[in-house]
Design a protein around this ligand. Structure first.
Ligand SMILES: Cc1cc2nc3c(=O)[nH]c(=O)nc-3n(C[C@H](O)[C@H](O)[C@H](O)COP(=O)(O)O)c2cc1C
Length: 177
């Protein structure tokens, strides 16, 4: 199963809620952990423009993109999805939604027949509506039950984070119990 699995993530370095300035974003830490546990490849969803390190500036930019239902241009070429039937999608909760760059990514790949596993990092409101939004926006994909992990836990306690990740992956049959 794991050779058919791609881990795609969006993450941001810089100043974030409650964690101060981080060198590696929480979603990136999760994605690296999952790819390592599964022995799969990773794709980073990052925009051509990037996002400010400053939290307030980033918030403003993200909110504007959200309100405009924008599809920011991506920096990297999209992956060839022909060999993949599972997508572990790792993202931060931004304004109760997915960062808009994740939509650019999903709009650009084949989602038909793809099983998507949402892995969300947040600070207060978990996955919010993101599983449902994904199901409605990409009806040809199968959106599986997701998991939400606080950024503060990811940044401060890798062992507890790994326990949650391992439980999620084993409950979904990626790892043998
Ligand atoms: C622009 C922006 C909007 C955010 N909106 C929310 C939100 O609505 N709910 C929430 O729980 N956390 C929110 N957060 C917090 C992030 O989801 C959280 O810090 C996450 O762990 C960041 O992951 P990253 O380090 O990979 O970027 C927001 C963070 C940013 C930068």
């Amino acid at each position: 199963m794991n050779e058919n699995t791609l881990v795609a993530y969006f993450s941001r370095k810089g100043i974030n809620f409650r964690v101060g300035s981080v060198e590696k974003g929480s979603a990136e830490i999760l994605a690296d952990m999952i790819a390592d546990l599964l022995g799969t490849s990773e794709y980073e969803i990052c925009t051509a423009e990037g996002y400010p390190d400053d939290l307030e500036e980033c918030n403003r930019k993200a909110k504007q993109e959200h309100d405009e239902n924008a599809r920011p241009e991506l920096r990297n070429a999209l992956p060839d999805m022909s060999g993949f039937s599972n997508l572990v999608l790792v993202y931060p909760n931004w304004w109760g939604d997915l960062p808009m760059a994740v939509y650019t990514f999903l709009d650009g790949i084949r989602t038909e027949g793809l099983d998507i596993y949402p892995v969300c990092t947040h600070e207060d409101n978990g996955l919010a509506m993101t599983e449902r939004i994904l199901s409605q926006t990409y009806p040809k994909a199968r959106i599986m039950k997701g998991v939400a992990i606080r950024g503060t836990l990811i940044q401060c306690d890798r062992n507890s984070t790994k326990d949650i990740v391992i439980k999620y992956l084993s409950d979904r049959g990626f790892i043998k119990k």
